[in-house]
Design a protein around this ligand. Structure first.
Ligand SMILES: O=C(O)CCC(=O)C(=O)O
Length: 293
């Protein structure tokens, strides 16, 4: 298998598709060895940590979920900075974007469909739809995704809709997979492919109607640098572990200031507080220059 190389024109084509339809799929985005490592690590952690379904409508009754992956194994460090995904995210947000969270989602046989939702729905009261993405989700397939095993259900173009699915923000029209007059469709993609989508796109995990096939994906989610991250990395990842991360990964976690202002600790970047000169940055210096970046 040949792994995709994302050049500028490919990034532009993916961005145009997201603008139009709310999503894109990067086929063969991830090196097969990395896919296998990630899959084996997640399945090992599920066993070692005794992960059980969390039993909520949003998280599922036959689904194993793990959060805070960067604290659990070094293999996950390759995901947020992957060169076949991150440039698309940066094109939608900017280089100051943050990693909002990473979640392994292993959908088991018998799982019901997750209620359709937009990932940036928490902004609904403050930000009338449609709006710029307040989250960008990349869904990595670590096993093949099919309509039968829980391939994500999504409604193309719904990032432009003025409402959320259903009458309440979290109750979607999941029974038939139909949202208004627009059909929801199941995401079918091979292991190693990645779907990148706008945070307002209506979507949800699909039903797993198979007898014995688990569907494993990882949501790697990003938000603008001025938005609160969904998973808190400052408390979730011990400083001794974060110290081993690359500069770019630490930037994505928020150890630098956004536009030279947001996130400072007594006038210094969180990175400088924890790691000293490596992240020396003083709030409000060069603000004009950074604001235009
Ligand atoms: O597992 C999936 O396919 C989607 C999961 C999802 O949308 C979520 O948990 O918010």
């Amino acid at each position: 298998m040949t792994v995709t190389v994302l050049d500028d024109s490919a990034v532009a084509a993916h961005l145009a598709r997201i603008d139009d339809e709310g999503y894109t799929i990067v086929d063969d985005a991830i090196e097969p060895d990395l896919v296998a490592d990630l899959r084996e690590t997640i399945r090992r952690l599920e066993r070692d940590l005794g992960v059980q379904p969390r039993d909520t409508a949003a998280e599922g009754h036959s689904t194993l979920r793990m959060y805070n992956l960067l604290a659990k194994d070094p293999v996950f460090q390759a995901m947020p900075v992957h060169p076949n995904v991150l440039p698309i995210v940066e094109g939608m947000l900017d280089r100051g974007c943050l990693l909002s969270g990473m979640t392994a989602i292993d959908i088991g046989p018998g799982e019901d469909p997750q209620p359709l939702h937009g990932d940036d729905v928490v902004m609904a009261r403050h930000l009338p739809r449609p709006h710029a993405p307040m989250m960008v989700t990349s869904m990595w397939a670590l096993t093949d995704f099919t309509a039968e095993n829980g391939g994500t259900l999504f409604v193309p173009g719904s990032h432009r809709f003025t409402g959320e699915p259903g009458s309440s923000e979290w109750i979607g029209e999941t029974a038939t997979g139909v949202a208004g007059s627009v059909e929801a469709q199941a995401l079918e993609m091979a292991a190693g492919s990645v779907m990148v989508f706008h945070g307002s796109l209506w979507h949800g995990g699909g039903a797993n109607t198979t007898a014995d096939v688990w569907r494993l994906g990882v949501n790697v989610q990003y938000c603008p640098g001025f938005v609160r991250q969904q998973q808190n990395p400052y408390l979730g990842i011990p400083a001794s572990v974060a110290a081993t991360f690359s500069d770019r990964l630490l930037e994505l976690l928020g150890y630098r200031l956004y536009k030279g202002i947001m996130g400072h600790v007594d006038g210094r970047s969180p990175g400088e507080v924890l790691f000293g000169d490596r992240f020396a940055e003083t709030a409000y210096r060069d603000v004009e220059q950074r604001r235009n970046r």
